[in-house]
Design a protein around this ligand. Sequence first.
Ligand code: NDP
Ligand code: OXD
Length: 311
Amino acid sequence: MRCAVISRKIDLRSYYGKALAQIADRIESVDHPVTEGADAVRIALAWHPHPDAFERYPNLKAVCTIGAGADNVLACPSLPSHVHVVRVVDPGQAQMMAGFVSWHVIWHQRQFATFMQHQRDRIWQRLEQRPASAVPVGILGYGKIGERVAAHLAGLGFPVKAWSRTPKPMAPGVRGFHDRDGLFAMLAETEVLVNLLPLTPETRNLLNRDVFKAMPPGGYLIQTGRGEQMVEADLLAALESGQLSGASLDVFAIEPLPPSHAFWHHPKIVMTPHDACDISADALTATLIATAAAVQAGEPPPHAVDRQRGY
Ligand code: NDP
Ligand code: OXD
């Protein structure tokens, strides 16, 4: 089966060329824009596709992303309404995210920013330390990744709560919340807020002044969802007033973050370049193979997102 490889942001071949070569006997990958045989393209691998990318492929049936979030493909204006959008579900990625988030929670809990400043200033000073049980964590999103992160943090002894769109059974040690009232009830008892929501119209700009204000003063934000979910000016104001004591940011409304952006040199912000976790090459090839098989059989592919719901 022919697969168009489409991205205007990253070179998918340099990341996944080897993986694509391994499955070349089953899936022939061709770089966008495909000039000859575009009619034969039935699936695509895409990340931040060009706005008109899908116009070229009249027989396209499914598009696979290279991540858990499918928002950038769903937002593509040329994506036909009948095409399935498939995300990668990779337990290894969720585990990597659990390690990443735990590191940042502990960074806040154990006051590492202060220790680093003390080291720069050659100050030998012990700080009063709190046990994990004294640092409540609230997680926005209890899906494939949020669930894993919650279980990991609960295992480390943090009191964990999680917010989802619908009520869900929770793992031991995790308290569940849903709907708007549930969100604010959770925030009132949250010191570290972790965002692991998909980007949808409902979650855009969700991390705003009202949310930060609803947390007890001195809270901490770990932003690992999507940049468009946070109002940047509201974060800066919350850091300035002390409502938030700090933030770890992995995702941004504009990526790469422009060099002039205030976040780069903010003393209360720790940043990473959308690198909290990666999918494995094996997870990607398994997704492509399963998608191709489903398309061949005329069935909906596994892990196709609900296009109505937006995730
Ligand atoms: P899932 O689709 O498995 O889970 C999404 C969760 O968000 C579900 O619990 C869902 O609720 C909840 N949710 C969706 N909309 C709302 C809403 N309006 N109100 C409350 N809860 C809502 O996604 P994953 O766990 O696999 O991934 C989550 C997101 O994490 C990705 O979409 C991406 O944005 C981000 N991500 C970031 C990465 C990074 O490197 N920074 C890497 C990987 C993912 P319900 O359970 O009721 O459906
Ligand atoms: C993802 C991501 O969605 O890397 O997997 O952001």
